[in-house]
Design a protein around this ligand. Structure first.
Ligand code: AVJ
Length: 333
């Protein structure tokens, strides 16, 4: 893949190509032909889905984004002092709204060298890169347009003598089912040098189920729209004929697994045709399709998952309300 050079310290490389339609098609074929239907949450995020998610982060009920930002505002300087970081690699960087707080702290500490955002949305990687090199003179941005589940190996090697932080914020780690979560963390660990680099991980915390459920079933119905949006994606990208309004939004906290589940429940018996897959799918009345799990963490779960990936917890930072945690960990030698 040829690097696409822009002015002023920015390189953006794209690793997404025609293969993406294939990935969606495979996920849909796998997910809709099993007895318990399921779609992976990454397909929520077309342009409309990304905009709906942005609106979710502003909802009164959806506290994680605000809680994580509070932690960063209070502790970014400590994180930089503890790690000495000169490079920030961010997985799923999006608009990099919260990342700016960290980059600014690195700049203020005089350590800032390079920012490596990795995101599936090329326009966001480019826009963010352009803005940041303006805001932070001397910053190099090496953007990667890719999927953090498949393209971790495309992250450039660290520079000698420049400590790195790999940040995975927002609680997105909670979208992985338990087994793949640990596998993913092992992949992340390979980006880190023992004794030098750190993972900065955002995790939502277990709390009163009523608070959790409200965060995923807001009064304004934005999360319901976000959830149903995945059916619009399938209609458009795969020529499916989902009657989107005939699916109800369902959100509940599974106390045994300690995760939030989003589902779409068919209002009645239905047949759906997926043109691109020549696939017919039947939904029974009230049958549910799982669209997301969002795991909530305890200190124990965090320790367990990081430990299983060969990482050792260095610090756990929380907001004053103990709703969300940002943790720093480093490879065990
Ligand atoms: C972006 C995965 C962190 O799980 O809270 C928000 C996505 N889904 N409301 C989350 C989401 C419904 C969000 N993450």
């Amino acid at each position: 893949m040829e690097p696409l050079l822009q002015a002023g310290g920015v390189v953006v490389r794209s690793f997404l190509a025609a293969g993406e339609d294939r990935a969606l098609a495979d996920d849909v074929l796998d997910g809709l032909t099993r007895p318990f239907k399921e779609l992976p949450p990454k397909h929520f995020y077309d342009a409309r889905g990304a905009e709906l998610f942005d609106r979710i982060t502003e909802l009164p009920e959806y506290y994680p984004t605000r809680a994580e930002r509070e932690i960063l505002v209070a502790h970014a300087a400590d994180v930089v002092a503890l790690t000495g970081a000169g490079e920030l690699v961010e997985l799923g960087s999006g608009t990099a709204a919260k990342t700016r707080i960290l980059l600014r702290a690195m700049h203020d500490a005089g350590t800032l060298r390079r920012y490596v955002p990795l995101d599936v949305t090329e326009s966001m990687v480019r826009a963010t890169a352009g803005e940041l090199v303006q805001e932070l003179p001397g910053l190099e941005v090496h953007g990667i347009v890719g999927d953090f589940e498949r393209h971790l190996a495309e992250v450039p090697p660290p520079e000698a003598g420049v400590p790195r932080i790999v940040a995975f914020l927002g609680g997105t780690i909670g979208n992985f089912p338990p087994g793949s979560r640990r596998r993913f963390l092992r992949g992340v660990r390979r980006l880190l040098r023992p004794g030098v680099d750190h993972l900065l991980l955002g995790t939502d915390l277990v709390k009163d189920p009523a608070v959790l459920e409200a965060a995923y079933d807001d009064a304004a119905g934005v999360t319901a729209e976000f959830n149903r949006n995945v059916l619009h994606v399938l209609n458009r990208e795969l020529g499916a004929d989902f009657e989107v309004g005939a699916f109800d939004h369902v959100a509940f906290f599974d106390r045994e697994h300690e995760w939030i589940e989003l589902r779409l429940r068919a209002q009645r018996h239905m047949h759906v045709h997926v043109g691109a897959l020549a696939l017919d799918v039947a939904f029974a009345a009230r049958e549910e399709l799982r669209t997301e799990i969002s795991a909530k963490f305890t200190r124990r779960r965090l320790d367990g998952d990081l430990g299983a990936a060969g990482l050792r917890l260095v610090r756990v930072l929380t907001d004053p309300g103990d709703r969300f945690a940002l943790s720093l960990s480093t490879p065990r030698r």
